[in-house]
Design a protein around this ligand. Structure first.
Ligand code: BGC
Length: 420
């Protein structure tokens, strides 16, 4: 009974092919300027050659923590992280992602943290990774189109975040820092990977958020294009997906992201669990609920890797929920189904992009991926690989999946180097 209910989360090989074909179709429409759930956002940056050189500051803003990094590019495909500092966007007193906070407050906070990180007498060129949809007319401009990942900070949508950053640096007297490029985290990931190796075609994030970019080679443009693929809407959705969507900050938007990314998977597992536990608990006098417990990506990792139900119990107990052994195995099956679906959907979207770039998959392609889901969720990378081999058969050996740790931070330095 439970397994039947979970069956709707399983995507067959044929379904993956249909989703990939729809993705390709919508990408073609977007490239032709027609209506599409995908975007064509030029980064004004090419892939890296690996010869770029120098010392750069990187600012990585897009998840629950902001990071600043001090990076050396040696010019021989070697990049070296010298120092890094990370700080949360939700502090004890202020939630910088909330609506009662303004862009000015957010960037003043970042400038304060930068002040503590840089050497007072040194000058810096800064690359800025900003992991949201934005449009730009040059590499050093980013007009935020809309927030995603449940960010709500006021007075940023419609503004150029590079200007907001520069103004905050000036207010703080940090004139020795010069921002030279701003890029999406998928673009940064692609840049970090292409700095280190050839054939990088796609950059992707499978973490708190989800999105992909690619290198457009038509007419030798070689420019990296952000697709904002998290907004792709050509996917089947279950009643649980619809419920999650209608309770979200932006119903109807970011449908692929809501089925793929860590910001939503925990919520989805909780929703499904709350329904199926009622089915399983028939006759029991209490009905347990995870409502109010927000499972994080890390919780899901632990649920999946827990060898015994007991460990899962302990895990949820820390959230105030007590589970029986049966409840635990239900939770594990739901988590497994949701995580596998996420990986298969990501694979289908990559296939849609590859159809545009190389319809017969004749050449080698490296897909550079950063993000906690891909890096840490047990079985995720294998499921993605498995889905690609279902789609391509033998030819899938032409696809290399590369984990680019810290890609969104490291790539910011490469972007800064490319733009000066
Ligand atoms: C944003 C993308 C970003 C992705 C991964 C999404 O919510 O819209 O711009 O690349 O998250 O961080």
């Amino acid at each position: 009974m439970i397994n039947e209910k979970l069956q709707c989360l399983f995507l067959s090989g044929a379904q993956l092919n249909r989703i990939a074909a729809n993705f390709f179709y919508q990408m073609t429409a977007a490239l032709a300027g027609k209506k599409s759930s995908l975007k064509i956002l030029s980064s004004y940056l090419p892939a890296a050659s690996g010869a770029e050189k120098g010392h750069f500051l990187a600012l990585d803003l897009g998840g629950t923590n902001v990071r600043v990094l001090d990076i050396d590019l040696a010019g021989n495909r070697q990049l070296k992280l010298k120092r890094k500092h990370s700080f949360p966007l939700k502090t004890k007193n202020i939630d910088y992602t909330a609506h009662d906070c303004t862009g000015e407050m957010l960037f003043d906070y970042i400038a304060d943290e930068l002040a503590g990180f840089v050497e007072p007498k040194q000058t810096y060129l800064l690359g800025h990774t900003f992991s949201f949809p934005f449009s730009q007319q040059r590499a050093n401009e980013a007009i935020l189109s809309t927030w995603t990942k449940e960010f709500k900070t006021r007075d940023v949508v419609g503004y150029d975040v590079t200007r907001l950053l520069i103004q905050a640096l000036e207010r703080r007297g940090l004139v020795q820092i010069t921002p030279t490029a701003v890029m999406n985290d998928t673009v940064a990931t692609l840049l970090a990977a292409s700095y280190q190796q050839p054939y990088v075609t796609i950059g992707s994030i499978c973490g708190t958020g989800h999105n992909s970019c690619y290198v457009e080679t038509k007419e030798q443009s070689n420019v990296i294009i952000n697709l904002e693929s998290g907004n792709f809407d050509g996917i089947p959705g279950t009643a649980w997906d619809k419920l999650l969507d209608s309770n979200s900050a932006q119903p109807g938007a970011q449908l692929l992201e809501k089925q793929v990314s860590g910001a939503y998977l925990g919520k989805l597992v909780g929703l499904i669990f709350d329904e199926l536990i009622r089915v399983q608990a028939q006759g029991r006098d209490h009905v347990l609920s995870t409502q109010g417990v927000s499972l994080t990506g890390e919780d899901l990792s632990r649920i999946l890797s827990a060898a015994q139900g007991q460990e899962i119990s302990k895990q949820l107990l820390s959230h105030g929920v007590t589970l029986t052994a049966d409840d635990c195995s239900l939770l594990q099956s739901i988590t497994q189904a949701v995580v596998v679906r996420s990986a298969r959907l990501a694979a289908a979207s990559y296939s849609g992009i590859l159809t545009h770039v190389d319809p017969n998959l004749d050449a080698m392609h490296c897909i550079a991926i950063d993000g906690s889901l891909y890096e840490k969720m047990p079985g995720y990378a294998n499921e993605l690989c498995q889905a690609l081999s279902e789609i391509y058969g033998d030819k899938s050996k032409n696809i290399i999946l590369k984990l680019v740790k810290d890609g969104s931070g490291m790539g910011a330095a490469v972007g800064a180097a490319l733009s000066c």
